[in-house]
Design a protein around this ligand. Structure first.
Ligand code: UTP
Length: 299
């Protein structure tokens, strides 16, 4: 069982400006909850017990969100607003939270390196704070990844999903060592945001990884890219080059990765989650249908 996870949330989120000018993109709501709450609930449901957030400036609302708020609870209790108290149940999640700051936003690899002493000698999960797996955060992919990681003595395992060929330039793309027909296969290389022509396929890294701690040394050896960022994919590429066992596990059918890094995918995720809301979903569906049917509406 892998109990530690690093959740990088220090990026500027420039593609979502102005929404992210003074608030973290990881706190933007997707239907009822902020993105990062789905991520944490998923991790806890996958046996993770210790979570390190790698934060930066303007990110303190994440700490506040996962802290207890006795005053708010008292207020809701005094008003007998039980249904709203239920909404704060996530405060009791069985996880310990830790925070560290990435002082300069030097890329995802650098953010993960901030978790070096937290992870120590144990394997650990990396879960991107802006990516949700599955509709109701009921994904069991991290637990499956942990089983395979341990059974096959891997150095790294990456969750992957197929993306349309024309979208590969938004993602890290894996090159399978042999066939990629199985759910789980060995990775020969990873390429960060390739052009569709240069891409070694259309299997994209889906925002969840498990690493052995030897990745930290590899990250230290990665040279910054043209934008001065230390890319996590370059460290994974280094592991492949050194012959370390790097595996990929496909997300199960029907389990989508929601990458909330840009407006089109944010809008799509919000609408899909809102439609799936047990209380408001059916009404929202009718509203959408009405809007789509209006000549001056969305059609
Ligand atoms: P992104 O690659 O989407 O980067 O990060 P970003 O910098 O937030 O977004 P843009 O490109 O400016 O719009 C994926 C995850 O990694 C974190 C982000 O917070 C996000 O959750 N990250 C990224 C860091 O923690 N530190 C970094 O230096 C970069």
């Amino acid at each position: 069982m892998i109990q530690c996870a690093i959740v990088p949330v220090a990026g500027y989120g420039t593609r979502l400006l102005p929404a992210t000018k003074s608030q973290p993109k990881e706190m933007l709501p997707v239907a009822r909850k902020p993105i990062v709450q789905y991520v944490v609930e998923e991790l806890v449901a996958n046996s993770v017990q210790r979570i390190l957030f790698v934060t930066g400036r303007n990110k303190s609302s994440i700490e506040n969100h996962f802290d207890q708020d006795p005053e708010l609870t008292r207020l809701l209790n005094a008003g007998s607003r039980q249904e709203l108290i239920e909404e704060l149940k996530f405060e009791d999640l069985q996880a310990q939270f830790y925070y560290t700051r990435q002082r300069f936003q030097r890329g995802l690899g650098d953010a993960v390196l901030c978790g070096d002493s937290f992870a120590g000698e144990r394997p650990f999960v990396v879960a991107l704070g802006d990516s949700i797996l599955g509709l109701h955060a009921n994904s069991r992919s991290v637990a499956r990844m942990a089983e395979v990681f341990e059974a096959r003595r891997a150095s790294c395992i990456i969750a992957v999903e197929e993306v349309p060929r024309e979208e590969v330039s938004h993602y890290g793309i894996v090159r399978p060592a042999g066939g990629a027909g199985e759910d789980c296969f060995r990775v020969a290389d990873v390429v960060e945001k390739p052009s569709p022509e240069a891409a070694p396929g259309n299997l994209a890294i889906a925002g969840r990884y498990i690493f052995s701690p030897l990745v930290f040394d590899m990250i230290r050896r990665v040279k910054p890219d043209a934008r001065g960022e230390i890319q996590l994919t370059d460290a994974i590429r280094g592991l492949c080059e050194e012959g370390k066992r790097v595996l990929a596990l496909r997300l199960p059918p029907g389990e989508k990765r929601y990458d909330i890094g840009n407006f089109p995918s944010y809008f799509e995720a919000f609408v899909e989650f809102a439609l799936a809301d047990p209380v408001h979903g059916p009404g929202f569906r009718r509203t959408l249908e009405r809007l789509l049917g209006e000549p001056s509406g969305l059609s």
